[in-house]
Design a protein around this ligand. Structure first.
Ligand SMILES: Cc1ncc(COP(=O)(O)O)c(C=O)c1O
Length: 514
């Protein structure tokens, strides 16, 4: 094996700890000077060493914006491990990666095909770039009230209707672990002359186990972003962007320089180096245990009356080509409780914190950091919650997601920067939203800026709120008002002060169709 590509090597991590061991006198940032001025309470809890590793760009540890040494080597190792031509370390999560991915591929006015349930950072990338989103609806399983993934057929239709699309973006797998037929979607995308982008935030482990759905790079993606921190073992915020030569690398580098902090954390970056080493050298072995634990949990959850956790039976439905079994999406409707309530009981009564809950379900992510003891605790807690639950709510009316894709009236960017009027939400039917409404988690917008507000959507948001759900992104957290794009005739007294001076001009110019 070529020594420089020995996947046991961790060049960046080693450079950081070697530097930390030297205890050089610091007249550089960060201001805490190896932790000396960090308040004692923090130091007492975490120890001293971590602050020695909190460095700034120095010759010995290289520079993320112009890597020539250990960061370059570490990124090269990551690219080799994942089968891409390049890898870029990110210190602003996959959110930053999605922004960069879209900005590097789309100029203002370019079309990008995206699933309607893409993460809000995809929307942010669209707003920043000025791209025009062409939405494809993911499939859904009505019985489980669950969004699946997109199909090759729906992507093919979008490509046919928009032959000028620059790129197709797919979220793979979804938060709940549902994978699309990415290989076929990549083939169709490339045949149409577009680039394949993948939000693989939830899939940085997939490359390393044959029983998991194939990774974006394996399926021929041109560029993908992964939340290494979410699923494997880097520190929170530490993500990666994997890229093929088919992408304009110089433009991508310019975009990354534009977006990323000039003070990236060496703790985060070193953790990426280690996470890659761990997966490349022991990934299969570690993931086998995680998969076994998750499958054991799934089987035992399904033995508890009132709970249902789908597994491989989802595969084969349209929009469900594969499954990442390490995600446990548990339907609790049979207990007569909401997902929020079960999550709260797990947390308060059993000291178990799950990933997210919604009305009907909660989601557990099982990773290489979990043990059989964790699974046993989860099952015992769920058995105890089920034993005391009020009973089935099979008759309860499920809250169904609005089935129609909202009408896109203007690009998210146009709506975001247009003059706006704040009006009562109940009066907003037919108006064009200037805000995002996104239940969080999972951070998938129900309404984007530039989309027409429907009565269905308002009912859904109100009902979601009444059942304990949280909606983020919009200014009014109580959901009484909404900012819509101004048009002649809308109540003038409620125009936001900050945009009022421009309003007349914009009214006459671009908002008349709203
Ligand atoms: C599908 C998807 N993409 C992107 C992101 C953003 O990732 P990060 O939190 O690493 O910025 C998330 C976060 O939940 C996500 O679920």
């Amino acid at each position: 094996m070529n020594n420089s590509l020995d996947q046991h090597a961790t060049p960046l991590f080693e450079a950081v700890i070697n530097y930390a061991r030297e205890h050089k006198i610091s007249f550089h940032t960060p201001g805490h000077k190896h932790g000396v001025s960090i308040p004692q309470e923090f130091r007492n809890f975490v120890g001293e060493r971590i602050f020695d590793c909190d460095l700034t760009l120095l010759e010995e540890v290289d520079s993320l914006h112009d890597p020539r040494g250990v960061i370059k080597e570490a990124q090269k190792l990551a690219a080799a491990a994942y089968g891409s031509d390049y890898a870029f370390f990110l210190v602003n999560g996959s959110s930053g990666g999605n922004h960069a991915m879209i900005l590097s591929v789309c100029d203002p006015g370019d079309k990008i095909i995206v699933p309607r349930n893409a993460h809000r950072s995809v929307l942010a990338g669209i707003i920043l770039s000025g791209a025009i989103p062409v939405y494809v609806m993911p499939e859904r399983n009505d019985e489980w009230n669950l969004m699946l993934n997109v199909t090759p057929e729906s992507v093919a239709k979008a490509l046919e209707e928009h032959p000028d699309a620059k790129a197709v973006l797919v979220t793979n797998p979804t938060y709940q672990g549902i994978a699309a037929n990415l290989k076929e979607i990549s083939r169709l995308t490339h045949k149409a002359g577009a680039l394949m982008l993948v939000d693989e935030a939830h899939g940085p482990h997939m490359k390393f186990h044959p029983d998991l759905p194939p990774s974006a790079m394996t399926c021929g993606a041109d560029i993908c972003v992964q939340s290494t921190h979410k699923i494997i073992s880097s520190m929170t915020q530490a993500s990666m962007l994997l890229v093929r030569r088919s992408v304009d690398i110089l433009k991508l580098k310019r975009v990354l320089t534009l977006l990323m902090t000039t003070s990236p954390s060496y703790i985060l970056m070193a953790s990426l180096d280690l996470a890659r080493m761990q997966m490349a050298t022991r990934g299969k072995e570690l993931l086998s245990v995680a998969i076994m634990l998750a499958e054991d949990a799934r089987r035992r959850i399904n033995q508890i009356s009132g709970l249902y956790c789908f597994g491989h039976e989802c595969i084969g439905q349209a929009g469900a080509f594969g499954l990442d079994m390490t995600k446990l999406s548990v339907d609790v409707t049979g207990l007569g409780l909401t997902g929020y309530q079960v999550a709260q009981m797990l947390n308060r009564n059993h000291k178990i914190q799950i990933e997210f809950a919604d009305i009907d379900t909660f989601l557990c992510i099982v990773s290489i950091g979990n043990t059989s003891k964790d699974i046993n605790r989860l099952i015992t807690a769920l058995e105890s919650i089920a034993a005391e639950a009020p009973g089935s709510t099979r008759n309860r009316i499920r809250l169904r997601l609005p089935s129609n894709t909202p009408e896109v009236v203007m690009t998210p960017r146009e709506a975001m920067f247009a003059p706006t009027v704040k009006i009562p939400l109940k009066d907003a039917v037919g108006e064009v939203s200037a805000e995002v409404f996104s239940p969080y988690p999972p951070g998938i917008p129900l309404l984007n800026p530039g989309e027409r507000v429907s009565a269905d959507l308002i009912d859904y948001l109100k009902e979601l709120q009444a059942r304990g759900g949280r909606v983020q992104g919009q200014a009014d957290t109580k959901l009484r008002t909404i900012k819509v794009v101004a048009r002649p005739g809308l109540e003038i007294k409620k125009v936001n002060k900050d945009v009022a001076p421009n309003m007349e001009k914009r009214d006459n110019a671009s908002v008349s169709g709203a």
